[in-house]
Each structure stands twice: as structure tokens, then as C-alpha cells.
Ligand binder design. Structure first.
Ligand code: 89V
Length: 325
């Protein structure tokens, strides 16, 4: 697997060349992770190394070009989120890989967090879900670590909300309408850093997705996402510190689903880093079985349609029907 930037190698990687736009960074990453081959030219690197697959971990503006390089070589790829700058661009990337007969998966990894996996398994048998609240409230200074986030017209929904909208689809299914209110609190950022999104699901269930990087919280949980999911015969919650709480027939069960500690984890991001590895494992299992991953890019188009709908709803102040993709 070729990584187009720095990522811990997946357990079953065959080759891990690294490729980033700046030679000094590529070389530094290669040294840090003991990677034999690096380059700033992905095409040349792919032709030379001929990897089994590519994991693209760059920012969104380079994704289309890099995916097209994979398509030209019929190489399966996993691509970071935000996947594309627009739905038409995302569709073009999906079409290019489809025409090449190669799979394209999106690094939509919040659904692969251990606590989310456990909550989804506890949800089974609780009957029809009718409500979810999916919440991420923080004052973590993400902009200092990723300054490019401050420059874009779109911020928290495109970069983070995409994960929470994906979780809403996971727990409650497809969405029929979207309402949204956004705010910009931090003067350093151009886009919105707080949003509340209300979804009506096709089943009739409702979910509220709320997210903020401007919240004065009593305890900083970054990057934990909290979930409250209510179903006809019980409920499941993902609470702080990865506690999964299931209520059924008045019985309350508490379980912990924390990320497994690994030497390459960089605090406080262990939960996200762990889920990246879980997604790669899932991808590898499916790939070896000749199947598409859960977060195949064609499926991710539906999550991106929700991102677009949320921005359209916020701009117009009206309820928006997501585009059918
Ligand atoms: O993993 C992510 O997608 C990031 C994070 C929440 C870690 O900042 O957006």
C-alpha cells in the first residue's frame, strides 16, 4: 500500500512508499517511519513501486489529481476526507475509478471508532430508532495544528460534520430533509465553527447533529463524539471516555470501548488514529474477499449530499431535500 503522506503502516501492508509535495517533508516522514522509498511525484513512484493499493492522506485540493493517477494505473485507493470540494468533483472521481475497475474508499473513519462499532451492535434488537443526538463540542485549537482550515469559506461542517452526518446515516439510515444553523465565533476562521443540523430520516426518525470548536466545555473531550440513540425498546449512549451505555427493559449496561494504545498514537487523537487503522483493516478484509468497503466512495456521495444540503439550508434558512446520488 502506498501512502501519499504520513500514516502508520497497516498491519498487512506490502510496500509503504511515501509521497508528499515537499521533498523535505517526504524525506523527514520516510526517515521517521523507516520507509525505504519516497518521492514528490506520485505517478513516477507508482510506476516504479507498483503497489497493491494507495492510501491518499493529503488535503482535499489534491485528491482528484491523485485519484486520477490511481485510476490511470487501475490501482485501488483509499482517500482522506474531505473527499472532494463539491459533489460534481466527487462524482467525477467515483466515475474515473469505476471506469478503471478499481475500488475507491473514503477514510470516513468515525464509524470505525470502537465505541461507535459497539453502540451499533448494541442498537440491534432495540427496535425502531426514532431519535439520535450526535454531538461534538470542543474548544480544541484545531486551527493552529491545521492552519489551512481557517482559510476556507467552509470549515466545521465540511471537515468534521461530514463524520457526524455519516454516523447519523449509520444509526438512522438515509435522510429526506435537512435544516441547519451555523455561526462563526472564532475571528481567526473564515468559515463556520459551530453548527446545528436537524435531519429527518426516511424512516420518520429525527436526528440532531451539533458541533462546535468554540465551546467553553467543563472537560475537553476532543476528538470524542457523543451519541444518544433512542429506539422503541431501549437506548444506547456513547458517553465521555468511550463509555457505551445501553438501556433495555430498565436494565442499564455500561461498557468501555476505548482505543487500544499504540506507540505511534499522538494524544489526544488516539481515538481517531485507532479508527484509521480499523478502517484500513476493514478495507483489506473486503479487498481480499473481492468486496467493496462500507465507506466505498459511491456510498460516501450520500454523506457529501448531506454536507451540501446543510450549507444550502444554512444559507437559505429553509429546509433542503438532499440531492439523490
Ligand atoms: O479526524 C478528523 O477527521 C479531524 C479531527 C476531528 C481529528 O480533527 O477532522
Amino acid at each position: 500500500m502506498a501512502a501519499a503522506s504520513c500514516q502508520p503502516p497497516p498491519a498487512a501492508a506490502v510496500t509503504v512508499p511515501t509521497c508528499v509535495h515537499r521533498a523535505s517533508r517526504a524525506e523527514a516522514r520516510a526517515t521517521e517511519f523507516g520507509i525505504a522509498r519516497w518521492s514528490t511525484d506520485l505517478g513516477a513512484l507508482l510506476d516504479e513501486v507498483r503497489p497493491d493499493a494507495v492510501d491518499i492522506a493529503t488535503t482535499v485540493s489534491s485528491h482528484r489529481e491523485l485519484v486520477e493517477q490511481c485510476a490511470a494505473r487501475r490501482l485501488p485507493a483509499i482517500c482522506q476526507k474531505p473527499f472532494a470540494r463539491s459533489l460534481p468533483e466527487a462524482r467525477a472521481m467515483v466515475a474515473a475509478m469505476r471506469a478503471a475497475g478499481a475500488s475507491l474508499t473514503v477514510h470516513e473513519n468515525f464509524r470505525f471508532q470502537r465505541a461507535m462499532r459497539l453502540a451499533a451492535s448494541r442498537q440491534r434488537g432495540l427496535g425502531e430508532p426514532f431519535f439520535a443526538r450526535i454531538s461534538f463540542r470542543s474548544r480544541h485549537d484545531i486551527v493552529s495544528a491545521q492552519p489551512y482550515l481557517a482559510a476556507d469559506e467552509r470549515f466545521i461542517i465540511a471537515d468534521l460534520g461530514v463524520h457526524l452526518l455519516d454516523l447519523a446515516r449509520c444509526f438512522l439510515g438515509e435522510v429526506s430533509s435537512v435544516a441547519c444553523v451555523t455561526r462563526r465565533i472564532d475571528p481567526r476562521v473564515r468559515g463556520e465553527d459551530a453548527a446545528v443540523i436537524l435531519l429527518r430520516h426516511r424512516s420518520g426518525a429525527a436526528s440532531a447533529v451539533d458541533l462546535s470548536y468554540a465551546s467553553h466545555v467543563p472537560e475537553e473531550l476532543f476528538p470524542q463524539t457523543l451519541v444518544e440513540l433512542e429506539c422503541a425498546s431501549g437506548s444506547v449512549r456513547v458517553e465521555p471516555r468511550f463509555q457505551v451505555v445501553t438501556v433495555r427493559d430498565s436494565t442499564v449496561t455500561r461498557e468501555t470501548a476505548a482505543p487500544e494504545p499504540r506507540p505511534w498514537h499522538a494524544p489526544p487523537g488516539a481515538v481517531v488514529q485507532d479508527s484509521v487503522l480499523s478502517l484500513q483493516r476493514h478495507w483489506l478484509e473486503r479487498h481480499l474477499a473481492g468486496e467493496r468497503a462500507e465507506t466505498d466512495a459511491a456510498d460516501h456521495l450520500r454523506t457529501l449530499a448531506l454536507v451540501e444540503s446543510a450549507y444550502a439550508a444554512a444559507a437559505s434558512g429553509s429546509i433542503v431535500t438532499p440531492e439523490t446520488v
